[in-house]
Design a protein. Structure first.
Ligand SMILES: [Fe+2]
Length: 218
């Protein structure tokens, strides 16, 4: 906790200094880079990510400088069904949007696999989103497949990290039409709302779903 408070103070001081520097940075033509304020936030978020190098599920510490509230994981030509999942992160009251929440997420490919040889252990389909004032996030990707042994339904893993909260799991996303789904997959412990979501195909053939998150007390 002491570390978090220290980080917060450092952040506020740096943020104030960063705000004064923004016009200078823009005037110098570096507008494409992350602002000093964003960089300061990212430093705190990275510090609040799990640092254990053997951690199998975390990823906040690797957040890139160009993180935004919405991202796209798949490349043109990737096999698989196109999917868009959108949502809003709310504070524990379930109503107030939560800003500056970093979401890290990853899922299997169309063969149900994560990292191949030479890849990160989570494979190609991993990404980050950082909420703004409205708490919104969204990601384009392909629909994952169940593990090759079909030991469970297809899913998307997510972690949540904040300026004053350590990286932690949110309930995994599952898909309502999955024949491998069972009662144990439904949960509202970390994230509230529905973690088993319904996908509907839009006019462009993209499977769309909504996953809202309610932050839990820490
Ligand atoms: Fe998994």
């Amino acid at each position: 906790m002491k570390k978090l408070i220290q980080n917060r103070r450092e952040f506020l001081g740096t943020a104030a200094m960063g705000a004064a520097m923004v016009p200078l940075v823009q005037a110098c033509g570096f507008g494409a880079s992350a602002s000093p304020i964003l960089e300061s936030k990212l430093d705190i978020l990275r510090a609040n990510g799990v640092q254990d190098p053997n951690c199998e599920w975390c990823g906040a510490r690797d957040v890139p400088d160009d993180v935004r509230w919405k991202t796209r994981l798949h490349r043109d030509g990737d096999a698989g069904e196109r999917m868009l999942i959108e949502g809003t992160v709310f504070k524990p009251d379930g109503k107030t949007p939560a800003r500056d929440i970093l979401i890290y997420f990853y899922h299997t490919d169309t063969e149900g696999l994560y990292g191949r040889k030479g890849e990160h252990r989570h494979g190609r389909y991993r990404g980050w989103m950082l909420t703004g004032e409205d708490g919104k996030f969204g990601f384009y990707t392909i629909k994952p497949s169940p593990y090759p042994n079909r030991g469970g339904p297809a899913h998307v893993h997510m972690t949540v990290t904040g300026l004053e909260r350590k990286e932690d799991w949110a309930d995994t996303i599952f898909f309502k039409d999955d024949p491998l789904l069972n009662d144990r997959n439904y949960s509202a412990k970390k994230g509230g709302f529905k973690n088993v979501i319904e996908l509907k195909e839009d006019s462009e053939g993209i499977l769309r779903g909504t996953r809202n998150l309610r932050l839990w007390e820490v």
